[in-house]
Design a protein around this ligand. Structure first.
Ligand code: TRP
Ligand code: ZN
Length: 473
């Protein structure tokens, strides 16, 4: 039908012209959602845009407990937007600009009050890259999690510490605070001269002017906001560059220097072992921040530079460094996929012990399976309380089924495929989703693809998703 071609083309041209004429009059952006429907933290994150970079410039005065900040957020609109939300808890917002123009804004989000709604002067077009600048200040809050632990902004003996798992980063900067939206960062922190500010990534500059020192940190690889950190205080800093390991930067509270020295000296050794087991390290630098024991209730795998309250054991160091591959580079799509973080980091501890003259992973597995199976004390019963891929509530996402039973899922896979394929899977998984996000379904599909002859359905059913204890050992 040769004639129909020019006709179709003419109709198409008219349609395009008609649509173009309507643009800006008929078509209206909609407001982005106030959450990304996380099954455990429904208000976390926001719909309609994707952040590519955070430029955070904050000043903190520990004596006044006052933080003032400017967050320059570069993002891409995923649809036409008339408004969008950022997550920020507490703090006073002084101004918001979008694309260089003052934007209206309001605070809300009910009891939790974590929503900052921004209405740009002009709608944002789908696909447009825009910059939002938020100026804010106040005394950042400590947030109590559903499980009772404390995160957000913690005051330490000599300064402060920002911890963000799962939602604490909204205490010190506005952002799209959900693990599904990763971005690069520049974090510049200004503190009174004499103190230091330590963050993620690499230290680009350190400048003292009129009694205040600014530390500029650069994170060039994608980072989820829950592993962003700032630590302010007095620290003994050590830098080292060794053959075949990323540059190491450690910052240790003066009271912890002696106790931490020997374990932190093992970072290069742990990194070499980890690269052998998990594949190439996904980031440009590594290290640790050691605070005092009372400064935080737990260790956290903050990107590049995990935080420890007091000198860690080598197993805890291994755990938090393993998270750099599993958690920080391969990041869960939602908080339901936590076992992909904690099961792997726990299994890394078992592998470390196995490779260093301790119990084998099989021994640990057997002890948990056999002994804990028949042991009805609360502590061992807890392992079977729920399946790792289905925590019953937000308060339980860091309970032992996510850690130990998660590790046991990995051991069941290893038993079924043998060591060669198992290490292929562990390394291939880190490579396939490097700097990305993945969920449990992605993982089971990946394992099945790597071992096509093996039937994993029993493992998924009994160990990953099933309620109650698996069959008797
Ligand atoms: N991810 C930390 C670790 O295993 C533990 C942790 C701290 C955590 N806060 C959390 C786990 C909140 C889940 C939710 O080293
Ligand atoms: Zn962990």
């Amino acid at each position: 039908m040769p004639r129909s071609v020019p006709v179709a083309r003419a109709v198409a041209v008219l349609l395009v012209l008609a649509l173009a004429a309507c643009d800006g009059e008929v078509r209206r952006g909609v407001a982005g959602a106030a959450g990304v429907r996380d099954p455990y933290f429904p208000k976390a994150g926001n719909g309609g845009y994707d952040v590519t970079h955070y430029g955070l410039t904050v000043g903190y005065d520990p004596e006044a407990r006052r933080l003032s900040g400017e967050a320059e957020i570069t993002a891409r609109a995923e649809r036409d937007l008339s408004a969008f939300n950022l997550d920020l808890k507490g703090m006073d917002v002084e101004s918001v600009e979008v694309a260089g123009e003052a934007a209206r804004f309001s605070r809300g989000g009910g009891q939790e009050g974590q929503e900052l709604t921004v209405r740009p002067r002009d709608d944002l077009d789908e696909g447009a890259v825009f910059t939002a600048v938020v100026r804010y200040s106040g005394s950042p809050e400590t947030i109590t999690d559903p499980d009772g632990s404390e995160e957000g902004w913690l005051r330490t003996a000599d300064g402060a510490l920002g911890l963000g798992e799962p939602t604490g980063s909204m205490a010190w900067f506005p952002g799209n605070h959900h693990p599904s939206d990763k971005a690069t960062y520049d974090i510049t922190v200004t503190v009174p001269e004499g103190l230091r500010a330590v963050s993620n990534g690499e230290l680009r500059s350190e400048v003292t002017k009129r009694g205040r020192t600014s530390f500029a940190w650069h994170v060039g690889e994608p980072m989820a906001s829950y592993v962003a950190t700032v630590a302010v205080g007095e620290y003994e800093v050590r830098r080292s560059k060794g053959e075949g390991v990323p540059p190491v930067y450690t910052a240790v509270d003066p009271s912890q220097v002696k106790e931490s020295r020997s374990v932190l000296a093992r970072i290069p050794e742990v990194m070499k072992w980890a690269e052998l087991n998990f594949g190439p390290y996904p980031f440009s630098s590594v290290g640790a921040i050691v605070e005092r024991e009372d400064d935080a209730g737990y260790a956290l795998e903050t990107q590049n530079r995990p935080v420890f309250p007091g000198a860690p054991s080598v197993e805890l160091l291994v755990h938090e460094l393993a998270h750099q591959w599993y958690g920080n580079s391969v990041t869960p799509k939602t908080w339901r996929d936590m076992w992909l973080n904690e099961g792997f980091a726990t299994y890394a501890e078992w592998l470390w012990a196995e490779d260093h003259g301790g119990d084998s992973a099989q021994d640990v597995f057997d002890a948990l399976y056999r002994d804990a199976y028949y042991d009805t004390r609360e502590a061992s019963d807890a392992v079977w309380a729920f399946p790792p891929a289905k925590p019953p509530s937000a308060a339980r996402i860091s309970d032992s089924p996510v850690y130990q039973r998660g590790g046991m899922v990995l051991h069941k896979i290893r038993q079924s495929v043998g060591d060669d394929t198992f290490y292929d899977i562990v390394q291939g998984w880190a490579a396939a989703h490097r700097h990305g996000n993945a969920d449990t379904a992605d993982f089971t599909a990946y394992v099945e693809k790597k071992a096509p002859g093996v039937d994993f359905s029993g493992i998924w059913k009994d160990w990953l998703y099933g309620d109650g204890k698996p069959d008797r050992p």
